[in-house]
Write a protein that binds this ligand. Structure first.
Ligand code: GLP
Length: 244
């Protein structure tokens, strides 16, 4: 779906999410959302917060699982995805704290593998992800599934690509300060979501979007696996859709 501007696209995605939350609430069921960080989803979060304030959209029946977190990372640090999610969404809506899950960047290294298995189990116990929001990195990563990530990969520790670390350099006041690793849901975890919505804005994303949508399906571009998903949408502004 191509929109003239990111703001219109974000509004449309937020409406889709709100309809799902309300539909589930009417049935007395939880709505399980997979959430992303980065600049791409912020317009959606802004709109959801507005709907909470002005239209009474409740998050009492919402369970969330975030895609990824840098490792190591303390929640209070400026670049932490816990902090990002609190600032952009969770602090402004009525979600129950126990229903929020963001990968833990504070663990001892030896505990990470077990933790990742538990993260997967928690997603399964919640009934699986109803809707997964995604951005896309210039390497074609979704979450932090860098080139080489297999279709069946699950939540795990990964090493960040050089391009990704360079793109994150300004957030960390220099490339040398960007963590070398991260914890991320796997490609397989993402493909298990019943619905996937990937958002990309601006000409800087146009070439990787074209490779993901029309290129060969391969581990070189993790987002290309979405071509095999039965219910995946790419939501783009005109600039990001330019090379399609
Ligand atoms: C980071 C995140 C990804 C995100 C990507 C793109 O790498 N871990 O989940 O999709 O950035 O970020 P942006 O939306 O700011 O372009």
């Amino acid at each position: 779906r191509v929109f003239r501007q990111a703001v219109d696209a974000s509004r449309s995605v937020a409406q889709q999410i709100a309809a799902m939350i309300r539909g589930r609430a009417a049935e007395g069921r939880y709505c399980v959302l997979g959430l992303a960080t980065g600049s791409s989803p912020t317009g959606v979060y802004d709109e959801l917060v507005r709907m909470h304030r002005e239209e009474g959209l409740s998050f009492q029946n919402v369970v969330t699982f975030n895609l990824d977190e840098y490792y190591p990372m303390q929640p209070a640090e400026l670049q932490s995805y816990v902090r990002f999610m609190n600032e952009h969404l969770f602090d402004h809506v009525d979600i129950k704290p126990e229903n929020v899950h963001v990968p833990d960047g504070t663990l001892a290294e030896g505990d990470v593998a077990d933790y990742c298995r538990r993260y997967e189990a928690q997603i399964a116990e919640a009934g699986g992800i109803d809707l997964q929001l995604l951005g896309i990195g210039r390497t074609g990563h979704v979450g932090f599934n860098e080139p080489g990530s297999g279709k069946n990969s699950r939540t795990r520790m990964i090493t960040l690509d050089r391009v990704t670390r360079r793109d994150a350099a300004s957030d960390f006041f220099g490339e040398d300060n960007v963590p070398r690793r991260a914890i991320t849901m796997g490609v397989g975890t993402i493909l298990d979501a019943r619905q996937v919505v990937l958002m990309a804005w601006g000409e800087g994303k146009a070439s990787i979007v074209a490779r993901a949508v029309e290129g060969e399906i391969s581990t070189i571009v993790a987002a290309s696996f979405l071509q095999e998903h039965p219910n995946a949408q790419f939501v783009l502004d005109q600039a990001a859709a330019e090379q399609l």
